[in-house]
Design a protein around this ligand. Structure first.
Ligand code: DOR
Ligand code: ZN
Length: 345
């Protein structure tokens, strides 16, 4: 049997957490090695809420990378109840912001300053709709009456569907979808609504987190759901629909902060992200759909040029290390200790 090889246009990652300081230095190269561009999440502490702080963060990201890195960070604005529509528009028109991010308050890591009710930011969203700026949405309700596994589906009913009725032209990326409900919502919405899908939600269901012991390195938000949802995500990602594209949600936390009584949410999947995704497309018999998912649907949605250049993946065993250390940080990558079937050539 001959080795399968796949050459695709250089891909982008439409959802990453690059952090700051030593962690930024430790992790940025993993994303820059695989992707030409990435949408960088603004949930630093304090969050990136204005143009000046986004421009400064952009510079810190470039400074953390080797001189010869060919990587463009695309910055986002963290929305709060107090966000000024003029500031968002100014940052977008200046080319500093590519998108703005809606975190419902307290949904996830560093989201305490997030939005308490969508009504509070309607003037911002109206302005974004006017200027064609994309809203990236963390789609989970945070009220204590809702079970954590239902947070995404309830968000669609309570927030996302009403928002799209009110502002049908707003460009929205439903980030890191984890349920069949979200897949269906995106499929039925207008072409101004798309979604990113992470590698972990294509590979694992909630059993990976809870069977045989509690496994903190499989914990992220939104949390992995039942098997039926994983299968719906695999179908959507490999369907060829231009509404779904690659967004890893790589979210590094130091090993000791994950292996704790109250462990942080997030999976560090940047080191083997393409290898992880392509294994799914191969298993689904959909290698011919991988280039669109990884390299075309995202830039088309964001109205950015497609990348020049290519990357080649080939079928060959690659061992994922048990941990990665850099800059004094110890991190456990997604698939730690496993052997993946594809590698970057
Ligand atoms: O698991 C997650 N980690 N989900 C998020 O939404 C945020 C992220 C982080 O920043 O750690
Ligand atoms: Zn994220």
């Amino acid at each position: 049997m001959s080795t399968k090889r796949l050459t695709i246009r250089r891909p982008d990652d439409w959802h990453v957490h690059l952090r700051d300081g030593a962690m930024l230095k430790a992790v940025a190269e993993y994303t820059a090695r695989q992707f030409a561009r990435a949408i960088v999440m603004p949930n630093l502490s304090p969050p990136v809420t204005d143009t000046a702080s986004a421009a400064a963060y952009h510079e810190r990201i470039l400074a953390a990378l080797p001189e010869d890195a060919d990587f463009t960070p695309l910055m986002t604005c963290y929305l709060t109840d107090a966000t000024d529509p003029d500031e968002v528009a100014r940052g977008f028109e200046a080319g500093v912001f590519t998108a703005a991010k809606l975190y419902p308050a307290n949904a996830t890591t560093n989201s305490a300053h997030g939005v308490t009710a969508i009504d509070k930011i309607m003037p911002v969203l109206e302005r974004m709709a006017d200027i064609g700026m994309t809203l990236c949405v963390h789609g989970e309700v945070t009220t204590p009456d809702i079970d954590v596994f239902d947070r995404e589906a309830v968000f669609i009913e309570r927030s996302m569907a009403p928002l799209m009725r009110e502002l049908p032209e707003l460009r929205v990326v439903f980030e890191h979808v984890t349920t069949s409900e979200a897949v269906q919502f995106v499929e039925r919405a207008g072409e101004n609504v798309a979604a990113t899908i992470t590698p972990q939600h294509l590979h694992i269901n909630r059993n990976a987190m809870l069977v045989g012991g509690i496994r903190p390195h499989a914990y992220c938000l939104p949390v992995a759901k039942r098997e039926q949802h994983r299968l719906a995500l695999r179908k959507a990602a490999t369907s060829g629909s231009e509404k779904f594209f690659l967004g890893t949600d790589t979210a590094p936390h130091a090993r000791h902060l994950k292996e704790a009584a109250c462990g942080c949410a997030g999976i560090f999947n940047a080191p083997f992200a393409l290898e992880s995704y392509v294994a799914v497309f191969d298993a689904e018999g959909a290698l011919d759909k991988f280039e669109a998912f990884a390299s075309e649907n995202g830039p088309r949605f964001y109205r950015l040029p497609l990348n020049e250049g290519t990357v080649t993946l080939e079928q060959a065993p690659v061992e994922v290390p048990a941990e990665i250390t850099a800059e004094g940080e110890t991190l456990v990558p997604f698939h730690a200790g496993e052997t993946l079937g594809w590698r970057l050539a």
